[in-house]
Design a protein around this ligand. Structure first.
Ligand SMILES: Cc1cc2nc3c(=O)[nH]c(=O)nc-3n(C[C@H](O)[C@H](O)[C@H](O)COP(=O)(O)OP(=O)(O)OC[C@H]3O[C@@H](n4cnc5c(N)ncnc54)[C@H](O)[C@@H]3O)c2cc1C
Length: 440
């Protein structure tokens, strides 16, 4: 079936033949039969923002039909097919006293997508990214064979963060985190400017498993970089709170069509002002898992709110010591008046060892920007260069606009990754729009 596919940002649709494997055998047959064509790439729930899970004129394998999993009750180890969603896992695991090792800002992602992008969560400073918790995985490679890989294998390191370009992840076994309730104890704190934000995060992050800062990007002058910090831990059972079941559902649905320009400087400035002022200066609250980790999941199809032209997400990381670059970028965005509905800052800890993984020790900033703002393209291109110059990088799972000539500077293990990819896939069967754009 030919279908036009986009990423979550809804930009740059391209047509592909979409097939839905029903079993690992079926998956192997589809991959082997794709030889000689326009290539193939796996797709999970399509939550990457750009063109990573698209393959113009080729084959895209919708892996969501591969959806079985089991858990070893004693160790907590989960073995799940590549298409199992973190939402389904959490729904079943939390009442049993377990949580996934890493959750991104939406739980509607698959295990395959979480490993291929080596996703990070609010606990990166403590627990690294998803790939660091994977004990083994099975990969359907270009000739249709199923290979079992372990963390020491070069192909494992090329697959974690490899954006689906080494093969299709059929199954993975990974560790989970024991939890006693479906609740979080959360400290909320307002900061007055970027320096206070950075200093507070640096001084207190290690006291919490999960931390993140929401930044008011439109605040300027002495208020530039003012933030609301949320830092939390799973609530122990003996805290006296009644633990509700983990049963999150989307409670709102975004309208099917929203005019462009709804999110403009005026509306976002007003929202930011209210959001900042509404946050307590300092307070400890108890929250459910879903509102703490996945507030956006409450509005089904919220990506349509950005209007028909869609939006780009820009996420970069700069190493510790490059705080001036971070300050300059936040300052430039504020001065430019960039409309970003959501701007979040995090401190990353050690990486997982994935050769193309995004996270590295340092500061990461993510912005959601509606397409069409004047001067934006040039601004972001300048940031790409500045980020690369200090040894930082842009996140491929969020990207739709980076240029190929930036890749080697941002990802120093790129050549090593290419050699491993070429060995496993000599004809370059695994391809995506992102891979063509970035010459991966
Ligand atoms: C609201 C929102 C918040 C987010 N927050 C975060 C965050 O906090 N941290 C973070 O790291 N990311 C975040 N993301 C990005 C998201 O976690 C990643 O893009 C993730 O990869 C999406 O998973 P998916 O199953 O939808 O994969 P898709 O988007 O369908 O695919 C993503 C990549 O994975 C590959 N892939 C998918 N399945 C397989 C498979 N079985 N085998 C091999 N390759 C496969 C695809 O080829 C593609 O390259 C967020 C996204 C959204 C929409």
């Amino acid at each position: 079936m030919t279908t036009f596919l986009t990423g979550w940002g809804r930009t740059a649709p391209t047509p592909a033949t979409l097939a839905r494997p029903r079993s690992v055998e079926h998956l192997s047959e589809l991959v082997a039969a794709a030889a000689g064509g326009r290539g193939v790439v796996a797709r999970g729930l399509g939550r990457s923002y750009g063109d990573a899970a698209q393959n113009a004129g080729g084959l895209v394998l919708d892996c969501t039909g591969l959806d079985t999993w089991t858990q070893d009750e004693a160790s907590g180890l989960v073995t799940a097919s590549g298409g199992v969603s973190l939402h389904d896992l959490m729904t079943a695991l939390v009442p049993r006293g377990w949580f996934v090792p890493v959750s991104p800002g939406t739980r509607h992602v698959t295990v395959g997508g979480a490993i291929a992008a080596d996703v990070h969560g609010k606990n990166h400073h403590r627990d690294s990214s998803f790939g660091a918790h994977v004990r083994s995985l099975t990969l359907v490679t270009a000739d249709g064979t199923v290979r079992t890989l372990h963390p020491g294998d070069p192909l494992f390191r090329a697959t974690v963060g490899g954006m689906g370009l080494t093969g299709v992840i059929a199954e993975a076994t990974f560790a989970c985190v024991p939890v006693e309730t479906a609740l979080m104890r959360v400290d909320v704190q307002r900061t007055a400017d970027l320096d206070e934000t950075l200093a507070t995060m640096e001084a207190t992050d290690d006291r919490y498993r999960y931390t993140v800062a929401w930044i008011d990007l439109l605040a300027q002058g002495s208020r530039m970089g003012r933030s609301v910090l949320t830092r939390g831990d799973h609530l122990p059972r003996d805290d006296g709170k009644e633990s509700p079941a983990f049963a999150p559902g989307a409670s709102l649905r975004a309208p099917a069509w929203v005019p462009g320009g709804l999110l403009n400087r005026v509306s976002v400035r007003a929202f930011n002002e209210v959001w900042y002022r509404k946050a307590p200066r300092r307070k400890t609250i108890v929250q459910g898992i879903a509102p703490f980790f996945h507030p956006l999941d409450f509005v089904e199809g919220w990506n349509r709110v950005y209007g028909p032209r869609g939006f780009v997400q820009y996420q970069f990381v700069v190493p510790f010591g490059a705080e001036d670059t971070l300050r300059d970028i936040v300052g430039s965005l504020s001065a430019h008046g960039t409309v970003s509905f959501l701007t979040v800052l995090k401190r990353f800890g050690p990486g997982s060892g994935g050769l193309l993984s995004f996270p590295m020790p340092g500061w990461t900033l993510a912005l959601d920007i509606p397409v069409g703002q004047r001067g934006l393209d040039g601004l972001l291109r300048g940031f790409d260069r500045r980020v690369a110059d200090v040894g930082g990088r842009v996140y491929l799972a969020k990207d739709s606009r980076l240029r190929a000539d930036m890749m080697a500077a941002m990802y120093p293990e790129l050549e090593r990754w290419r050699r491993i990819k070429d060995e496993a896939d000599p004809a370059g069967l695994f391809r995506s729009d992102l891979a063509r754009r970035l010459r991966l």
